[in-house]
Write a protein that binds this ligand. Structure first.
Ligand SMILES: *Cc1c(COP(=O)(O)O)cnc(C)c1O
Length: 218
């Protein structure tokens, strides 16, 4: 199937409250343009410089999502245009985003990444860290960032029961924060392999790469 056929398939199946982020990391601009010409406008990248390069080359009505781990010294390159940063995992990073957003007269929307997988390698904060961050006066006073929800990645496994439990846990955390912070609207969970389980468990935003663009060659 072509990229536009895959997108059409997704769009026909997805509940209307779920946003599809088309993950285009490692893919050429020609692939992104095929998705763009099929009407898609929300793209996700996991490296700041690659995203910045593609932003330069692509039409300017695209929403660019940074879905990967971000180093603080790279924030300045995306601050002028990024529409959502999914994987904020420290107050230091959040303060850096606030600073660079301020220089650009913008408010940048961010998600806190919560660690739900059992693997050591996955980034993210504990629920307790997130609570402390959200309750901190210093963080509440940041004028150029808005924390609009949570993001998480499940364990890479065939065990659907386990994936489902990890997503449920994240949804509970999300609902808990949502009671207190009314700007909480986005729950980013689910990728090509597990988006159906994620949606069943309350995802409002899925990040899908290979199921749209084919396998990546690194
Ligand atoms: C690459 C990536 C995805 C998409 O992965 P696929 O399995 O290709 O759908 C989603 N989220 C993050 C954080 C990623 O790095």
């Amino acid at each position: 199937m072509t990229i536009s056929e895959n997108l059409k398939h997704f769009n026909s199946k997805l509940p209307t409250n779920v946003t599809l982020v088309a993950v285009t990391k490692t893919k050429p601009v020609s692939d992104l343009m095929e998705a763009y010409n099929a009407g898609h406008r929300v793209f996700g990248e996991n490296k700041v410089q690659e995203m910045e390069q593609k932003w330069q080359e692509m039409p300017k009505d695209i929403q660019w999502h940074m879905i990967g781990h971000v180093q603080r010294n790279k924030v300045k390159y995306m601050a002028p245009f990024v529409s959502l940063i999914h994987a904020v995992d420290s107050d230091k990073l959040l303060k850096e985003i606030n600073k660079e957003a301020g220089k650009n007269d913008r408010i940048i929307n961010c998600l806190l990444q919560i660690k739900i997988a059992e693997e050591e390698s996955k980034f993210g904060m504990s629920e307790e860290d997130a609570t402390n961050l959200l309750d901190s006066e210093e963080i509440k006073n940041l004028k150029n960032v808005s924390i609009v929800g949570l993001m998480g990645m499940a364990t890479f496994t065939d065990n659907e029961q386990q994936i489902s439990e990890e997503f449920k846990k994240l949804k509970n955390t999300f609902d808990h924060f949502k009671e207190k912070y009314n700007q909480f609207t986005i729950l980013s969970m689910g990728m090509s392999g597990d988006y159906k389980i994620a949606i069943t468990n309350g995802s409002t935003m899925i990040r899908v790469g290979s199921a749209i663009f084919g396998e990546r060659n690194y």
